[in-house]
Design a protein around this ligand. Structure first.
Ligand code: FAD
Length: 476
């Protein structure tokens, strides 16, 4: 009887440069075993119904369909993990190996530890790999083995480390070695279909092919001006690969090595540096496993953040009265994605102008972002709130109007997401409250009726934020 090597897909819905799949197929070729594909759906009652979940499950569905076209079934198992792995072993007693790309932080890391133990008890060999980042979280360390708290020296060491090259399998190798076994659990397959039906947003452009095309599109054009354009939201000068990286329809190695090939590209170094930030925050979460709840800089733990629900609501709905902030928040609501400059501006506004707890903002982004990555999101929020490692100093508070004038000079981004301000002249687009009544009428936008008046005075709030940080520091 044939033995089965199971590849458990989690946030790596692709066939190329997939570390666990690559080693599983090699094992299969050596041993004459067969492989099968598995997706485990945590108890669906844990699902909250959010754009990032919709995007995720539609990606899984697209991958399932793609495998089906090749004659491979992506088996679904629901329920608690122990129950799911027991079911696997019960239905397919000759399952001998489980191959997975590991999660190294957060709940995923704890789950993988448990999965390893359960496999051991079931007589299944567990094979885990680092795959989702360019470096393992404990790979880039100082001479004394402690971790870097500041990005620039981290980057120097990170850059010297040779990165793993992408691994390649031919489609025929993948297909030839696939097991043809009956569906393991019909009920789980039905649960998966019902989860898909619950998705309220439909995301087009999913899957590995789309991700690879997106990369190529970026490499033939935008990368050349990446350094100059990456901060200007209206220019869309970045790769927009973050959702693909989140669900693993592309691997970071594929991106990096394609970028390496573009020898004469001007934006190359600047772009690679951003991939290093991704690894940096992953490393920070690895060494600070409580950072979703606790500030990495422990001198700020217990800071008296505001918890005002009404202010939080006006921010999340894009109704703060500050056009650049509102445009960013409306982009997020509409597209499940936001430009990096806007993530910085909106996070800074929530934490410094509203003095609202960064954890509330982090959670709202978690719900809304289709590229939600706990390490980068927590890192970004703690950066903006000045409580993380290598964060913006608390006394350098972003002025939303200055940011707006600098990065959206003509207000094109603002007008795209705030239709009420579409006819406001360039001179007032960043500060529409400065229009007199006549101008407001001409623009078809009465402040306080069609678009909110500023909800706070930035200059007062800035001073308040700085003095709160100073007082807190002195008390500690
Ligand atoms: P590009 O500029 O094309 O960069 C290429 C890749 O590098 C990105 O896809 C991303 O994987 C990585 N990258 C770029 N900038 C950063 C950064 N500052 N930190 C870490 N990695 C980076 N990124 C996420 O992927 N998920 C999140 O949940 C997330 N939340 C954030 C929250 C806040 C408050 C802030 C300030 C930043 C957050 N970021 C997050 C980082 C960054 O905003 C996005 O990665 C970037 O906007 C994605 O767009 P892109 O793919 O076009 O980036």
């Amino acid at each position: 009887m044939s033995q089965y090597v199971v590849v458990w897909f989690r946030r790596d819905f692709r066939l190329q440069d997939h570390t666990a799949l690559y080693y599983a197929i090699n094992e299969v070729k050596k041993s004459g075993k067969e492989w099968l594909a598995l997706f485990h759906l945590d108890p669906p009652e844990h699902l909250k119904g959010s754009p990032h979940e919709d995007y995720f499950f539609q990606t899984v569905s697209q991958f399932k369909q793609r495998l089906k076209e090749k004659g491979i079934h992506l088996h679904i198992l629901t329920g608690e993990m122990e129950e799911a792995l027991n079911k696997l072993k019960k239905e397919l007693p000759s399952t001998s190996d489980l191959y997975v790309n590991l999660d190294r932080v957060g709940e995923g890391a704890k789950r993988d530890e448990r999965a390893k133990d359960i496999c051991e008890s079931l007589g299944i060999s567990f094979h885990g790999f680092d795959d989702a980042y360019l470096t393992a979280p404990d790979q880039v360390v100082k001479g004394d083995k402690s971790y870097y708290k500041v990005f620039t020296p981290y980057l120097r060491t990170w850059s010297k480390i040779q990165k793993k090259k992408p691994v390649r399998l031919s489609e025929s190798e993948i297909v030839a070695a696939a097991a043809n076994v009956p569906v393991i659990d019909e009920k789980s397959e039905r649960v998966f279909q019902s989860v898909l039906k619950r998705c309220s947003t439909s995301w087009p452009l999913l899957g590995e092919k789309h991700a690879l095309e997106k990369l190529e599109e970026f490499l033939v054009g935008k990368i050349n001006d990446y350094e100059q354009n990456r901060d200007y939201p209206e220019l869309l000068g970045t790769s927009q690969l973050s959702p693909c990286l989140k669900v693993g329809t592309i691997s970071p190695r594929t991106i990096l090595f394609r970028v390496f090939e573009k020898k004469d590209t001007k934006g190359r170094e600047a772009f690679i540096k951003e991939l290093a930030w991704r690894d940096f925050y992953h490393m920070i979460q690895y060494y600070n496993p409580d950072c979703k709840e606790l500030e990495v800089r422990n001198e700020y733990q217990g800071f008296n953040w505001n918890q005002d629900k009404n202010l939080l609501k006006s921010w999340s709905e894009g109704k703060t009265g500050f056009p650049i902030v509102d445009a960013g928040m409306r982009q997020l609501k509409k597209e499940g994605w936001m430009h990096n400059r806007l993530r910085m501006i909106t996070a800074s506004f929530l934490t410094k102008d509203y003095l609202i707890d960064w954890r509330l903002g982090e959670r709202y982004f978690e719900e809304m972002l289709i590229d939600y990555d706990s390490s980068s999101n927590i890192g970004g929020w703690q950066w903006a709130a000045s409580v993380g490692t290598d964060a913006v100093p608390y006394f350098r508070v972003f002025n939303p109007t200055t940011q707006s004038k600098r990065f959206d000079k003509k207000g094109e981004y603002i007008r795209k997401y705030i239709p009420e301000l579409r006819h406001v002249e360039d001179a007032f687009i960043h500060e529409p409250w400065k229009m007199d009544e006549k101008k407001q009428k001409e623009a078809g936008c009465l402040i306080g009726r069609d678009y909110p008046a500023p909800s706070v005075n930035h200059h007062i709030q800035r001073k308040k934020a700085i003095s709160m940080f100073e007082e807190y520091k002195n008390v500690q």
